[in-house]
Design a protein around this ligand. Structure first.
Ligand SMILES: [Zn+2]
Length: 348
C-alpha cells in the first residue's frame, strides 16, 4: 500500500537516480511520444496487419539485442571512457566546451562513415540489410539491427573513445542524443519546417530516402544526427522514394531475419530466374503445333490459345480447363523456377 513514507522514499530514489537511468527514462518517454504521434498522424498510412508484424519483429529483435549486448553496451563504453579519458588526443584541449563539441562531432562522423561502409561492402551489407528489409518504415525500425552490426558499432566507438580520450559524460550524452535522433528519423511522421530542419539534422523525410528499395536512392543520407556529413561528402539526397525496403523477397519474422543477416536465404543472382512469358507462350504453341503434326495454317490460332493459357496460368485470372487445373499451377510454376503469391510472381 502506498503510504506517505513510501512516497517520500520514492521521491528520494527518483532524485538520486543515476544519470543513465534518467536518460533511459527520457528515451522511453520520447519513444512513447513519437510512437503516439506516428499512430495518430502518420506520414504514410500503413496496413495494420503488416505494421503489427513490423512492431513484433522489431521489438523481439530489440530484446534479443539487449540480451546479447549486455556485455558490450553503453555501460562498457562508459567503463572504457572512465579508464582512458585522460590519455587520448583530446587531453591537449583545455576548454571543456570544445572537448564536448569535438567528442560529439567525431562520434557522429564515425557513425556516418561506418554506415556508409555498411552500404559499400557486401560483407557488411549482409548484416545491415536486416535493418533495411522492413517494408513499413516506423519508429521501431530503429531497433531492427542485426546484433553483429551492433557489436561492430560498439567496438568502433570504443576504439574512438580510447583514441580521443572522450569523457564519460560525453559518451553518455552522445549515446542518448544519437538514440533519440535515430528513433526520430525513423518515425513515420511529417511536419511543418521539416525541410528547413533537414539543413541541420537528418529528418524523417531524408531518412525515408535512405530506406528506398532503389540502390541509387538508399546509398545516400547516411547521417545519424547531423546532415552536415552527407552535405560535406556529397551523399545527401532529397528524392522521394516510391518503395521502401529491399528488392526481392526476404523474411519478416525474427528467426529467419537473424539467419538472413548471416547470409542464409539470400536470393543470389544465380538463383533469380526472371520470368519470360513470351518464351513460355512460344513453348506452349510449339507443343500444340507438334501435337497436330505441324500441319500448316493453324499457327496463329495455336499461338493465341497458348497465350491465353499461359497468361491464365501465370496470373491465375481464370482456371485453364483440361490442361492445368488450378491446384497444379503452383506446382508447375515451382518446377519452372517460380512461385506464386497472391497472383504476383515472386522470384526464388
Ligand atoms: Zn543504411
Amino acid at each position: 500500500m502506498l503510504s506517505p513514507a513510501s512516497l517520500l522514499e520514492f521521491n528520494f530514489r527518483w532524485s538520486t537516480m543515476m544519470p543513465g537511468e534518467v536518460l533511459a527514462l527520457t528515451l522511453l518517454m520520447v519513444f512513447a511520444t513519437l510512437a503516439t504521434v506516428e499512430f495518430f498522424a502518420p506520414r504514410e498510412k500503413l496496413p495494420k496487419k503488416h505494421l503489427r508484424q513490423s512492431y513484433q519483429t522489431n521489438f523481439s529483435l530489440f530484446i534479443v539485442n539487449s540480451i546479447a549486448l549486455s556485455l558490450v553496451s553503453a555501460s562498457s563504453l562508459l567503463a572504457i571512457a572512465e579508464r582512458y579519458s585522460d590519455k587520448g588526443l583530446l587531453k591537449t584541449l583545455s576548454s571543456p566546451a570544445w572537448k564536448a563539441v569535438l567528442s560529439f562531432l567525431m562520434l557522429d562522423l564515425l557513425v556516418y562513415l561506418w554506415h556508409k561502409a555498411c552500404h559499400s561492402f557486401d560483407g557488411l551489407w549482409m548484416f545491415h540489410r536486416v535493418h533495411h528489409n522492413d517494408p513499413y518504415l516506423n519508429i521501431t525500425t530503429s531497433f531492427r539491427i542485426h546484433f553483429l552490426e551492433l557489436v561492430s558499432t560498439s567496438f568502433l566507438k570504443a576504439t574512438l573513445i580510447i583514441l580521443l580520450g572522450i569523457e564519460q559524460t560525453m559518451v553518455l550524452t552522445s549515446e542518448a542524443i544519437m538514440t533519440l535522433f535515430i528513433m526520430f528519423h525513423h518515425t513515420n511522421i511529417s511536419f511543418v519546417g521539416e525541410k528547413l530542419l533537414g539543413y541541420v539534422i537528418i529528418v524523417p523525410a531524408l531518412h525515408r530516402t535512405h530506406h528506398s528499395s532503389q540502390r541509387s536512392e538508399h546509398d545516400s543520407n547516411y547521417g545519424a544526427v547531423l546532415s552536415l556529413w552527407d552535405r560535406l561528402f556529397g551523399t545527401l539526397s532529397e528524392l522521394k522514394s516510391a518503395e521502401i525496403g529491399i528488392k526481392g523477397s526476404s523474411p519478416q519474422d525474427l528467426i529467419n531475419l537473424i539467419k538472413f543477416g548471416f547470409g542464409f536465404t539470400l536470393p543470389t543472382s544465380s538463383t533469380v530466374k526472371p520470368i519470360n512469358i513470351d518464351a513460355m507462350i512460344a513453348e506452349a504453341a510449339y507443343y500444340k503445333a507438334e501435337k497436330r503434326g505441324f500441319s500448316p495454317g493453324n499457327d496463329i490460332r495455336d499461338w493465341l490459345e497458348a497465350k491465353r493459357e499461359i497468361i491464365a496460368l501465370v496470373y491465375g485470372e481464370h482456371p485453364v480447363k483440361n490442361i492445368f487445373k488450378r491446384k497444379h499451377q503452383h506446382r508447375f510454376l515451382k518446377f519452372m523456377g517460380f512461385s506464386m503469391d497472391h497472383k504476383r510472381i515472386q522470384y526464388f
